[in-house]
Write a protein that binds this ligand. Structure first.
Ligand code: MLT
Length: 345
């Protein structure tokens, strides 16, 4: 893929994002998943996100570092927070942002994904933020365009920007993720949030525990299994079907939505049964550390995977995740525009 050779305005209107730390590392033209991110690259995104968060917290949140940069949101699946978050991220940085949803595009007339991407590319899109129900779709798209492709969720495969915003939020709360026990509870099998989270959290030194009913755990992962780095190329995870055991002494608990749109029938006897056995409730959380951080990527179904009072309780960081999502996406757009190179404006 070619590097982006267009020039962007360097007018920061009083804002300068520091690129001077010698440890700023970035070598990506697309953001497809976290499996090819080094720890230093994750740290780079977080360091920039911190600066972006300061901009967001200003009374007038504007720092037009990306004037002339065009971002197209291409969403083939519903989204509230991810789409709005990218839109806002681009706008705060002064980029031109356009959102296209499959329902209102030529896709309904039979246009293929490849043609759609080529068309947006011909309009000189600099970045295409893409959500698609097929795992791997953003990878395919990236081979047909010079625009940066950002994966905003592909099937049950990956959601890298969610994992980055979760890492940023946890670093704010806990300082470091090293040695922290992070328990993800729910529909692990169909969750792209879980998959990207596993890569990112493990890279940052956390101990990841996956918890759900056996029918919602990926095939091949059994209860009580510990997949270690030594036995595979995959990150180390612990699998546990008993939620009370999983939550014991947890530093972080992340509840995941049942991905009904991706499930075959027959995986659960009933929603009622599921919530009885796996809902993250206050009572169950008494097993976690008192200072635990409670997360949910949203959208949440209160009363199913999470109790309402837990979602809005004092350990919950759900709203912070949403705000930090804008900051992380600002950082990524900024880096993909070529601004992250050490010494670049
Ligand atoms: C996603 O797009 O995967 C969401 O962030 C989480 C969900 O849909 O449950």
């Amino acid at each position: 893929m070619m590097t982006n050779e267009r020039e962007y305005s360097s007018d920061l209107e009083g804002t300068s994002f520091s690129n001077e730390q010698s440890d700023l590392v970035w070598d990506h033209e697309d953001v497809l998943d976290l499996d090819d991110f080094t720890v230093q690259e994750i740290e780079t995104v977080i360091a920039l996100a911190e600066q972006m968060r300061e901009v967001l917290d200003r009374r007038i949140a504007r720092a037009p570092a990306l004037r002339g940069f065009t971002v197209i949101n291409l969403f083939f699946e519903p989204s509230t927070r991810t789409r709005a978050s990218f839109e806002l991220a681009g706008k705060v940085l002064g980029a031109d942002v356009i959102s296209v949803s499959a329902d209102n595009s030529s896709v309904v007339k039979g246009e293929s994904l490849i043609d759609t991407v080529k068309t947006l590319s011909a309009m000189r899109a600099d970045a295409i933020v893409m959500r698609h129900s097929m795992s791997g779709a953003p990878y395919l798209a990236s081979t047909y365009t010079d625009a940066a492709i950002i994966n905003a969720g592909d099937g049950s495969h990956a959601h890298p920007t969610q994992a980055l915003l979760d890492i940023y939020t946890l670093k704010q709360r806990l300082g470091s993720l090293r040695g922290k026990k992070i328990v993800m509870v729910g529909d692990i099998s169909h969750s792209r949030v879980a998959r990207s989270g596993i890569w990112g959290f493990s890279a940052m030194g956390a101990e990841v525990v996956l918890c759900g009913p056996p029918t919602l755990l990926p095939a091949g992962l059994n209860d009580n299994v510990h997949v270690s780095r030594k036995s595979s190329n995959l990150p180390s995870v612990q699998v546990e079907t008993d939620i009370d055991v999983a939550l014991d002494n947890a530093d972080v608990v992340m509840a995941l939505r049942l991905q009904k749109e991706r499930q075959q029938g027959g995986l659960l006897p009933s929603l009622r049964e599921y919530s009885k056995l796996y809902q993250v409730t206050q009572e169950r959380l008494s097993r976690a550390k008192q200072s635990h951080v409670l997360m949910h990527p949203g959208p949440k179904n209160e009363g199913i995977e999470i109790a309402g009072n837990v979602a809005s309780g004092s350990n919950s960081t759900i709203e912070e995740q949403v705000t930090n999502g804008v900051a992380v996406r600002m950082a990524l757009l900024y880096l993909l525009a070529g601004k992250g190179q050490v010494g670049a404006n």
